[in-house]
Each structure stands twice: as structure tokens, then as C-alpha cells.
Design a protein around this ligand. Structure first.
Ligand SMILES: [Zn+2]
Length: 290
């Protein structure tokens, strides 16, 4: 009797964390975006894939666990199609780990040369792409044109866009964020580079965009994304030129046009800090304010 009681008392603390871990299960899903293009969600991360008649074109695997789940789901829904192409959006491992799960006989792993180089020198635990490009690359995927393009530094190394002209569809990770503020202090952003990339990508003829985080949107949402970064930059530059401190700017700068964006209240002061640090560093004015 005493032994049983002891067991019950000690078992309880072990039991509770296990049950709460189940409650926080990973949120994974597949959404049909039309034109045989699908979006894969793994919690806060998203990638896309295209289903052909003879095979699959995949993008970011996200992680081994995520990629394993996705392959199994795809098999159940579309049959046992081989993966022909894997395209990495950029070098960050929270997006491109797990490449080995997507490797079939003859799979092409494709990335911008700067992304592949960074993964290689960091001995990244994923497949290092061996098909690389510097500016543009086009793939013929069962007669569909898939256009990859690099615009210069924007977020991470070798971060590109994937454009499917026949579907007017665009996939971009991390430097397009729709209806949400950029993440906290924007540590991985090249601020001016992102603005320049957004201006260039807007020249493509697309009407649907699937970002690596945040909601799916339209070309107009990308224009708003660009306008936010420009307005943020201009407000911080003006504050710096008026001699205001970072803390003053964090308190005083409001961008009400974007108040409906997700995380507006929490992240605007952090975005201001990130913008300030980049602008001050580039202009040689870091730490000059009182
Ligand atoms: Zn990301």
C-alpha cells in the first residue's frame, strides 16, 4: 500500500509535462494554392512544392522531422512520385535543414552560389546544393517554367525568389513578410538590400505570393511590405537627423498606416532599434547620439 502511494506521488510530476508536451504538438498542414502548387506549414515556417505528373519540385525542407512528415503526406495524397528538384530559398538552417529526406536518385539540389558556399563552410547538416547560379536560373519542370532570381543581399546569404510565370506565383522567404511586422530587431535583414530586392521583385508579373512566414498575399501586399520598410527607414533617419536618441525614437515613432499589421505594438520599437543600428552603422553615426 505504502509502495503504491509512493509511486502515485512520484509519478505525477513526470506525467504532467508529458501531457502538456502533447498539447503543444507541431502545427503542420498542406494548403492547395492552385495550379498544382501547394504550401507546406511547419509551425511558423512555410515552404511550397509543385506536383507534376512524373515527379515533384520541392523547396525548403525546413527540418528532418518536417520533411519526413511532408513526404509521407505527399505519398498518401499524390502517390509515390520521385523528387526531381529541391530549391533552397537561402542559407538559413531553420529553413533548409532536412534536405537528406528529399534526396532520391537523381534529385537536383539547387541554390544560389552564396547560399551553397555558406552551408558548406558551416558544415550544415543538410544536403549541400551542387547546382548553383549567380543571377538567374530557369528550370523546365515538365514544361512549366520555374524562374529563380537573385537580387543582391537582403536576408541571409544567397536569398532568391522562385517565380512560376504560368501561375503568376511567387515564393520568397524572409525578405517578404505580409501583413506582419518584420521579426523583432530584424537581425538578419540587410535593410537597404531588402528594400532594393522588393523594388526589383515587384517588376515581375505575379498576383499571388507565399512567404516563408506570414500569410499568403497579393502583389499589393508586397507593395505595402516595401512601403513599411521605407517609412520605417525615413522615420528613423529623420529622428537621427533631429538628434533624438534611440529610446526617444522607440517611444515616439508611430506608423499608424500599418497599425493593423500583426505584432505592430510589440515589434515596432524593436524594428526601430534594428533600423537605427543598421542606418547608424552604415553612416558611421553609431553611438554618436547623447
Ligand atoms: Zn525565416
Amino acid at each position: 500500500m505504502f509502495k503504491h502511494l509512493l509511486f502515485a506521488v512520484f509519478a505525477l510530476p513526470f506525467f504532467l509535462p508529458a501531457s502538456s508536451a502533447i498539447a503543444q504538438d507541431t502545427k503542420r498542414s498542406i494548403t492547395d494554392l492552385g495550379n498544382n502548387i501547394y504550401r507546406f506549414q511547419d509551425n511558423m515556417h512555410y515552404s511550397v512544392f509543385i506536383v507534376g505528373k512524373q515527379g515533384l519540385l520541392m523547396t525548403d525542407p525546413i527540418s528532418s522531422d518536417a520533411a519526413t512528415w511532408l513526404r509521407k503526406e505527399i505519398r498518401q495524397r499524390f502517390g509515390d512520385l520521385p523528387i526531381k528538384y529541391v530549391i533552397y530559398s537561402h542559407n538559413h538552417l531553420d529553413h533548409v535543414a532536412g534536405g537528406e529526406v528529399f534526396r532520391d536518385a537523381g534529385t537536383f539540389f539547387i541554390a544560389h552560389e552564396k547560399a551553397a558556399e555558406d552551408l558548406k563552410r558551416n558544415r550544415a547538416q543538410t544536403v549541400i546544393p551542387t547546382t548553383t547560379f549567380s543571377d538567374r536560373m530557369e528550370i523546365d519542370f515538365e514544361g512549366r517554367r520555374i524562374a529563380l532570381q537573385y537580387y543582391g543581399p537582403n536576408n541571409g546569404a544567397g536569398n532568391i525568389s522562385m517565380y512560376v510565370p504560368d501561375a503568376k506565383f511567387l515564393f520568397v522567404v524572409d525578405w517578404i513578410i505580409l501583413k506582419r511586422l518584420p521579426f523583432k530587431e530584424m537581425y538578419y535583414y540587410d535593410f537597404e538590400g531588402s528594400i532594393a530586392s522588393l523594388k526589383q521583385v515587384l517588376q515581375l508579373d505575379f498576383d499571388k505570393v507565399a512567404p516563408g512566414h506570414s500569410v499568403v498575399g497579393t502583389k499589393n501586399d508586397v507593395r505595402e511590405n516595401l512601403a513599411y520598410l521605407e517609412d520605417l527607414r525615413d522615420a528613423v533617419l529623420e529622428g537621427m537627423n533631429e538628434g533624438r536618441t534611440l529610446e526617444q525614437m522607440q517611444r515616439e515613432i508611430k506608423l499608424p498606416r500599418y497599425a493593423a499589421f500583426a505584432n505592430y505594438e510589440e515589434w515596432l520599437p524593436l524594428n526601430i532599434k534594428g533600423a537605427y543600428e543598421q542606418l547608424a552603422r552604415v553612416s558611421g553615426r553609431y553611438g554618436q547620439e547623447k
